[in-house]
Write a protein that binds this ligand. Structure first.
Ligand code: ATP
Ligand code: MG
Length: 180
């Protein structure tokens, strides 16, 4: 098999990590737009079991957030609600999740999708070098946050071509915080 054919046989999988407490139309627009723009076969709403970054408030039970995410993707082609981070239950780091997904789905090319609010911090996470070896990253626009933030522009110079994609999505000023 030539390397081109091997690449063609890979499934292109987008991963939209989040708490989804609750899921909303902004998440769905991001997933649908990223899928179309990057020609992804599927996009997973990767529901965090125990979002350790959100310790300041009570988070809705993981099973309920997963059930809401499943209901939200019904009828949307290529969108899947994923409980990958439920086994084992507990807090997870993105780097570990990406490593595990790669091990269990060796035929997948991974694209980790985040809104402009979260992207700036990912780029400064510990283990960022390893992260970029496990998946490509996709930053999507979000009202109130700049995709041309200094962190992000700087990362473009540091990272190999293709490691980071920026995608403009239709602006929806909605958040789970507003919904709650
Ligand atoms: P919360 O207000 O509780 O933080 P949220 O609306 O930010 O909720 P999350 O579950 O934290 O939702 O987000 C999951 C992912 O979706 C993050 O990468 C976030 O940046 C992105 N996202 C959420 N809402 C939007 C939106 N309206 N436009 C673009 N990206 C979004
Ligand atoms: Mg958020």
């Amino acid at each position: 098999m030539t390397s081109t054919m091997m690449r063609m046989s890979q499934r292109r999988v987008g991963l939209l990590g989040g708490t989804f407490d609750p899921p909303h139309i902004g998440h769905l627009v991001v997933a649908v737009e990223a899928r179309a723009t990057l020609n992804l076969d599927e996009v997973w709403l990767l529901v965090a079991h125990t979002p350790w970054q959100k310790t300041g408030r009570g988070v809705t039970d993981a099973e309920h957030r997963l059930a809401m995410a499943r209901a939200a993707v019904v009828g949307l082609d290529g969108l899947v609600a994923s409980d990958f981070e439920f086994d084992p239950p507990g807090p997870t780091y993105t780097v570990d999740t990406l490593r595990d997904i790669r091990a269990q789905h060796p035929g997948a090319d991974l694209y980790f999708i985040t809104g402009a609010d979260a992207l700036g911090s990912i780029l400064t996470w510990q283990g960022a070098e390893e992260l970029f070896g496990l998946a490509r990253f996709v930053g999507v626009s979000r009202p109130g946050y700049e995709l041309t933030d200094a962190h992000i522009t700087e990362a473009f110079h540091r990272l190999p071509d293709d490691a980071l994609h920026l995608v403009e999505v239709p602006a929806l000023s909605i958040s789970s915080t507003d919904c709650r």
